[in-house]
Design a protein around this ligand. Structure first.
Ligand code: SF4
Length: 434
């Protein structure tokens, strides 16, 4: 087979969706990953680990037993069809082609379907639905932005190449001097690695972002703030930042879990969007969510095309209903309402609150994932699949909703199926049963 270098490979890890990687393959094995950050490189290099499972397994009397994909699809279909109200959750680390089939299954079995948005940027989506989306693409940020705000996010750790590809450390068409041409503002209670690199760090008190956004909105409109400080920030600093952002020629606000998951949640986002809208009276301002998984956005796109709603959709009445808080995964699990769960391309066993995990462990649980995870540990049926964006190709959406075609760089282990192939087997079985 020899050695080959595959160029323009897309990284299947975070929402930055870097598409400039080079992967060196020797005798069918990935031996080197160029241009990726450490997390991205690790995803490729660990794809071929020896301990990877290659056959589905079912738990019988507490013991795991190997079965074939046909039987695994049959068992999955049986669990979904027999349940009164199954949950189909995850989806953010697989490709849009899999989402499409998954949504069709959810409709056929009357499931509630949800992705990781409900525990990350779901509140942002609610904010956008209330107040609008004054957004842009990352290319516009790279070429035009002279003021960038990172609010409640730490890209140096969570999206490691974001600053070098699109904001601080890159030259753009209208920003030829790169870092010198840009002012970076970080709002975070902690002195993070990103804050260390900023020109301005507003060390807001935890859970008081809403107050700080409101103060900035007042200052932008020239309204006097009759206090000495707001959310731990002296009022003079609030006014200085308000002047700075009003004078931007092109500004972008990026925000993360620091404001979607702290007090106020979607109201913080509402207010931040209103700040951007206010700023557009004086300067050009846009905003982009720092979406986490590389294809969390893709699932929200596909679900919106097919149902009209982005996440937390219920099909139990035969038509889609949308109500985060009622139909979001953590809520239906904590309230003990769903009686079976199908989890794909995510790991709620590791990331959900304890009460939700406890209910998941009590009900029939199918886990579809390339890797053995805490969710697999709790499952009754585990279906290993090939790795999207490394062993099979398809479409993913970047954090700014730009679709990018993921490439296949190596052959998967022999006889293994990918997510789409497995889901298509399941849908056939479901059709036979309903
Ligand atoms: S920044 Fe994100 S998408 Fe880019 S290489 Fe790192 S993990 Fe992959």
């Amino acid at each position: 087979m020899g050695r080959k270098v595959i160029k323009d490979v897309v990284c299947p890890f975070c929402g930055t969706l870097c598409d400039d990687l080079e992967v060196v393959v020797e005798d069918g094995e990935i031996v080197e990953v160029r241009h990726a950050c450490r997390i991205g490189a690790a995803k490729f290099l660990t794809a071929q680990e020896d301990h990877r499972h290659t056959e589905p397994m079912i738990k019988e009397n507490g013991e795991w037993k190997k079965i074939d994909y046909e039987d695994a699809a049959e068992e999955t279909a049986r669990i979904l069809v027999e349940a009164k109200w199954p949950l189909m959750y995850g989806w953010s680390s697989t490709l849009c082609e899999a989402h499409e089939v998954g949504i069709e299954i959810a409709e056929k079995v009357g499931a509630v379907i949800d992705n990781t948005a409900s525990v990350c940027h779901g509140p942002s989506t609610l904010g956008l639905q209330d107040a609008g989306v004054p957004s842009c693409t990352l290319g516009e940020v790279k070429n035009r932005a002279d003021v960038i705000i990172y609010w409640g996010c730490n890209p140096m750790h969570a999206h490691p190449r974001h600053m070098s590809r699109y904001t601080a450390f890159t030259r753009g068409f209208f920003r030829p001097k790169g870092r010198e041409d840009r002012t970076i503002i970080v709002v975070d209670p902690r002195r993070t690695a990103t804050a260390e690199l900023a020109d301005v760090h507003l060390q807001v008190r935890p859970n008081e972002d809403y107050e700080l956004i409101s103060a900035l909105r007042a200052a932008v409109h020239g309204i006097e703030i009759e206090r000495e400080e707001v959310a731990g920030i002296p009022v003079e600093a609030v006014h200085e930042v308000a002047d700075l952002i009003k004078e931007a020629s092109f500004g972008t606000l990026f925000w993360g879990m620091g404001i979607t998951m702290s007090r106020g949640r979607h109201r913080n986002i509402d207010n931040a969007i209103c700040l951007i809208r206010d700023l557009n009276e004086y300067a050009k301002w846009t905003l982009i969510m720092m979406r986490g998984h590389y294809n969390v956005t893709g699932f929200n796109e596909v679900l919106t095309w097919t149902t009209g709603y982005p996440f937390a959709v219920d099909f139990s009445r035969g038509y889609p209903r949308y109500n985060p808080g009622e139909f979001s995964a953590v809520d239906v699990l904590i309230r003990g309402e769903v009686d079976a769960a199908f989890v794909i391309a995510s790991d709620p066993g590791a990331h959900f609150p304890r009460k939700a995990v406890e209910h998941m462990a009590r009900i029939p649980l199918v886990c579809v994932d390339p890797h053995w995870t805490p969710t697999a540990e709790l499952a009754d049926l585990y279906v290993p699949v090939t790795i999207a964006g490394i062993e099979w190709e398809g479409t993913a959406y970047r954090m700014d909703s730009v679709p990018i075609r993921m490439r296949k760089v190596v052959e998967p282990p022999e006889s293994m199926l990918n997510d789409v192939e497995f889901l298509e087997m399941v849908i056939e079985k479901v059709e036979e049963m309903v």
